[in-house]
Ligand binder design. Structure first.
Ligand SMILES: [Zn+2]
Length: 225
């Protein structure tokens, strides 16, 4: 490829022409797929399916979106936030695991978690959106896992809002480098077989994705005020 074409391609990747209202970031990649669920499914695939379910609902209610990482080849985290540079809101979708020593009692760990970073340049908006996501998930009878606040190495993520299951996780690259309000969602604990079904089964994924899509709609309204 001639060098000027390569530069143009890089420019278009970095500065996409059209902004979307929300960037849906599919956590992990095909080669580094994150956790493996109790049912043996790589997390990246669960994240991709959740993103597609949320996207379908956003389309129905007229909200524009950008899928990031749908081909499974996004290895550099800052490429994700660069692609989303002009978008209004950044939502990163994941499924959770637990500390290795907790796996023997994995049935004790279930529920969703929400993360925001105090290093994100739009912390106020990030928190406002995380609250709306928490409210929608709670209203849909999901519960927060809360174990990420446990005082052990690898956790220790302080609560930003305990009742809604929102934690500060300042160092998370996509939250820290996002140009807009950003929230990372752990939809459920994929290594717990029951929790996996509750958020990845047809009915459960439908309920989670509906709650997330409705919260995104509410959040976009708040951010426009
Ligand atoms: Zn993940």
């Amino acid at each position: 490829m001639p060098i000027n074409h390569l530069i143009l391609l890089l420019y278009l990747l970095t500065f996409p022409a059209t902004a979307a209202e929300v960037a849906l970031d599919i956590g992990h990649s095909r080669n580094n797929p994150g956790v493996v669920s109790a049912g043996g499914i790589p997390e990246w695939e669960l994240n991709r399916q959740l993103a597609l379910a949320v996207a379908a609902r956003l389309q129905r209610i007229g909200i524009s979106y950008r899928l990031i990482g749908a081909d499974g080849d996004m290895e550099v985290l800052t490429d994700r936030t660069a692609l989303a540079k002009k978008d209004t809101l950044f939502i990163s979708l994941h499924h959770d695991s637990v500390q290795p020593e907790w796996l023997a009692h994995v049935d004790r760990y279930s529920g969703y978690s929400l993360f925001v970073s105090r290093q994100n340049r739009k912390l106020h908006g990030s928190l406002a959106c995380a609250k709306q996501i928490g409210d929608r998930l709670l209203a849909t009878s999901f519960h927060p896992s809360r174990y990420h606040a446990t005082a052990v190495k690898g956790e220790n993520r302080p609560f930003a809002d305990q009742s809604r299951g929102i934690h500060y996780y300042d160092g998370l690259a996509v939250l820290r480098t996002a140009h807009q309000p950003a929230v990372l969602i752990e939809a459920g604990v994929a290594v717990n077989p029951q929790d996996e079904i509750s958020v990845t089964g047809t009915e459960g994924r439908g309920r989670v994705s509906e709650a997330i899509a409705q919260a995104i709609a509410g959040c976009l309204k708040t951010l426009r005020k």
